[in-house]
Design a protein around this ligand. Structure first.
Ligand SMILES: Cc1cc2nc3c(=O)[nH]c(=O)nc-3n(C[C@H](O)[C@H](O)[C@H](O)COP(=O)(O)OP(=O)(O)OC[C@H]3O[C@@H](n4cnc5c(N)ncnc54)[C@H](O)[C@@H]3O)c2cc1C
Ligand code: FES
Length: 419
């Protein structure tokens, strides 16, 4: 080799090293940039902000957000993510992964009027200082019925676009991942993946060594969302175990490639796969999933305090814990509970089989405004004139003094309600 050739090789080596170094620096810069708030005066990253900053940023009532991006997430085009930035451009408060946002929507109705709806949507990503993300599944009309399709979800898909303004209440909810180092199992069905994405993304940033399992139940790959993101996380973290369970796989789908299990997520699968450890279980999905898995975990011997769940609407999970047993027993012995609806001028006998005051009122012909029907949005808040109600779990929405949330409460004594 001539000395000229040698010189060329050395120069090439230096150039390659320089390019790699600049590439890595650029990548680090980009990662830092993603975490920075849009207000460039706020130079603190989301994970290093002090408690003072966080509490200062929490807002009361509704705040206006602009849709910054709208992204379809699945092959079936039924789930869409909305990236929301505050119009005031101030830093957003940190939320607990698993929490949700409440939206107040003005939907166009007939005769140039509008219909006000309140709906909750889980935050579907880790907290960032400059934006929130929610992912919304379109709810079709039940096949063969004259009932209309889901109002809010279809409004989001069809009428909310980049630049749209939305009225949003601050993050709320008690279904949040714990901060311990205990191993954790996330179980979800369908759109119940959204709070899990937030929990997972945040945990792998903050506690990258924590053992975490995700069981994601879908019918088939057409409705799976963010699969490539989840696969990438699984490749990058040996402590993250990701199982897609397809209950109705398409003929072309292959076990081991498109999904890891054929069938629903059930206790048999969990018992077969999970080592004997004290896991925390977080479950979110359709009511039948919760109603089968939660009692099965209890029967398996999982402590009550380690089972956390959320339904995206009404569900009636049969818990075997002492608190619930006491409640049922009390209601069974308390034969004379009477519920009075003052404005509707109705006095009705409550039965132990009645699920909650909202359904009780509706089944007796009383119309009541409702939103989430799960204790999250406050729409069904009603004044108590006399008597007491009880809640199975503390509701996510904090009702005003002297009121109750009908959708998640039952009468403790005979009760008179304003409606
Ligand atoms: C805490 C929480 C978090 C949530 N997070 C998410 C999330 O991350 N992503 C998500 O997509 N959803 C989420 N949801 C669910 C969401 O809030 C809405 O309930 C969902 O989008 C459906 O609302 P909608 O207005 O589209 O449907 P609605 O208009 O409320 O209709 C609901 C169902 O009732 C049927 N229906 C309509 N009218 C009638 C009638 N007259 N008689 C009988 N049936 C009727 C509809 O066909 C539909 O099947 C969450 C809910 C809660 C409580
Ligand atoms: S309907 Fe949302 S709190 Fe009752």
């Amino acid at each position: 080799m001539t000395s000229l050739n040698l010189l060329l090789w050395i120069t090439l080596g230096i150039v390659i090293q320089l390019v790699i170094f600049l590439g890595i620096e650029y990548w680090h810069h980009w990662i830092r940039y993603r975490k920075l708030p849009s207000d460039k005066n706020e130079v603190v990253g989301i994970h290093s902000r002090s408690a003072e900053n966080i509490s200062a940023a929490v807002w009361n009532g509704f705040r206006t957000f602009r849709v910054d991006r709208k992204i379809i997430e699945d092959e079936a085009q039924s789930t869409c993510s909305f990236y929301l930035v505050p119009v005031d451009e101030k830093v957003l408060p940190v939320f607990q992964p698993g929490q949700f946002l409440t939206f107040s929507l003005d939907l166009p109705a007939s005769n140039d009027s509008s219909e006000q709806l309140m709906r909750c949507y889980s935050l579907s990503d880790a907290p960032f200082a400059d934006h929130y993300r929610v992912s919304i599944k379109r709810v079709p009309a039940p096949p063969g019925s004259h009932v209309s399709a889901g109002r809010s979800s279809n409004y989001f898909h069809d009428h909310v676009s980049v630049g749209s303004l939305l009225q949003v209440r601050a993050p709320a909810g008690h279904f949040c991942i714990d901060n311990s180092d205990d191993p954790v199992v996330l179980i979800c069905g369908g759109i119940g993946i959204t709070p899990m994405l937030s929990m997972l993304n945040e945990t792998l940033i903050k506690q990258p060594e924590r053992e975490i399992w995700l069981f994601y139940g879908v019918r088939n790959s057409s409705e799976t969302i963010m699969q490539s993101h989840l696969n990438t996380l699984e490749s990058a973290h040996s402590n993250f175990h990701f199982w897609i369970c397809a209950s109705r796989p398409l003929p072309e789908e292959v076990l081991g490639i498109d999904h890891k299990h054929e069938g629903r997520v059930d206790i048999k699968l969990l018992r077969a796969l999970l080592p004997l450890k004290a896991y925390h279980y977080y479950i979110c999905g359709p009511a039948p999933m919760l109603e089968s898995i939660v009692p099965a975990l209890e029967e398996w011997g999982v402590a009550d305090v380690r089972i956390h769940y959320e339904a995206f609407g009404p569900s009636s999970i049969k818990r075997t814990t002492s608190v619930v047993k006491d409640n049922i027993q009390r209601q069974q012995t308390d034969k004379e509970i009477v519920v009075t609806f003052a404005q509707s001028e109705k006095k009705l006998q409550w039965k132990p089989s009645d699920v909650n005051l909202l359904e009780f009122a509706e089944s007796n012909g009383i119309t009541i405004n409702s939103g989430c029907r799960a204790g999250g949005c406050g729409t069904c808040q009603t004044k108590i004139l006399s008597g007491e109600v009880s809640y199975r779990h503390p509701p996510d929405y904090d009702p005003d003094e002297g009121t109750c949330l009908l959708c998640v409460s039952t009468p403790k004594t005979s009760v008179a309600l304003e409606l």
